[in-house]
Design a protein around this ligand. Structure first.
Ligand code: NAD
Length: 292
């Protein structure tokens, strides 16, 4: 069934996700702070809007994919935002990675207007968005998840309802802890291997085939070998996510001893000017610590 979808935030992730929904036959109207991604969506067969209000007015489903809590608050809760302009009964799906508390607050505010919400953050990176093989972890009411599932199936290959509002964000926070820690130790292994004079490409190939192999190694190997650090996933965004997981873990009394160190290393990468690079550039921090 073709749906009328408003898609807000057409960046590295939102751009290809919106295009995939168009390709699947949906009527997608996009809005972004800058114009080029809107033009790209129109060129792909979608429609452009002049603002959030314009995008959501006739929508059955609204999807948001913006950087962080402040943008979600502005776009959904803010003046002339989604809740002020969407029709009652609209399903609003926030796919950004934000704090679980904000997702819960959004659900409550939307409920006052008869608008339903899901928090449905994703994992899989730009490649996962382009190839429509994202992992999607959704929080919210089971019947709203069931309604959204056909759209999620367009965007991803692993789609799971993980609990009530906020639960999707909690799972995403755990995802970000695991990914940053993996990248950090991969970077440490790379510097160790290079300093030891071992052929790095051969070493990473054989490591990928054993128990040390992982999606992170497979995906980030090329970045580290070629020293190609264009994002991908910006260190600034991972810094935001390490803050989310640190706060969320503290709130439930879970200790993150290694995660705390990794959060510091991500913060240090940012302080050293690497915030707009891909998170594989954590390698540069290990090199700095190793006197390179
Ligand atoms: P991005 O910065 O490339 O894209 C965000 C887009 O939102 C930008 O195009 C920006 O113009 C737009 N935007 C910001 N404020 C807006 C507003 N008020 N109205 C309309 N548009 C607005 O970021 P991204 O990498 O696409 O990440 C988006 C979200 O997805 C983040 O929460 C991020 O943590 C998460 N995420 C990213 C990746 C990745 O690999 N890049 C993977 C998984 C999850």
């Amino acid at each position: 069934m073709s749906r009328k979808i408003a898609f807000i935030g057409l960046g590295i992730m939102g751009g290809p996700m919106a295009a995939n929904l168009v390709k699947a036959g949906h009527h997608v109207t996009g809005f972004n702070l800058t114009q080029p991604p809107i033009d790209a969506l129109v060129a792909a067969g979608g429609h452009g809007a002049t603002g959030v209000a314009d995008a959501v007015r006739d929508a059955e489903v609204v999807i948001t994919m913006v950087p962080a809590d402040p943008q979600v608050e502005e776009v959904i809760l803010g003046e002339d935002g989604v809740l002020e302009n969407a029709r009652p009964g609209t399903l609003v799906i926030d796919m950004s990675s934000i704090t679980p508390q904000t997702s819960v607050r959004v659900e409550a505010a939307a409920g006052q207007k008869g608008i339903r919400t899901l928090d449905a953050p994703v994992s899989g990176g730009e490649a996962g968005a382009v190839e429509a093989v994202l992992s999607i972890m959704a929080g919210g009411a089971a019947e709203d998840f069931a309604e959204a599932k056909p759209l999620f199936d367009v965007l991803g290959s692993t789609v799971v309802h993980v609990g009530p509002a906020g639960a999707g964000q909690t799972v995403k926070a755990a995802n970000q802890l695991i990914v940053a820690t993996n990248i950090q130790v991969l970077a440490e292994a790379v510097v160790f291997l290079e300093n030891a004079g071992v052929d790095l490409r051969a070493a990473l190939d054989v490591l990928a085939g054993g128990l040390a192999g992982s999606t992170v190694l497979g995906r980030k190997k090329a970045n580290m070998l070629e020293r190609e650090f264009a994002p991908g996933f910006r260190i600034d965004l991972h810094h935001k996510d390490m803050g989310i997981v640190t706060d969320a873990a503290r709130a439930v009394g879970a200790a993150l001893p290694v995660g705390a160190v990794v959060a510091q290393l991500v913060a240090s990468a940012r302080a050293n000017g690497d915030g707009s690079l891909d998170h594989s550039a954590l390698l540069r921090g290990v090199e700095r610590l190793s006197g390179r």
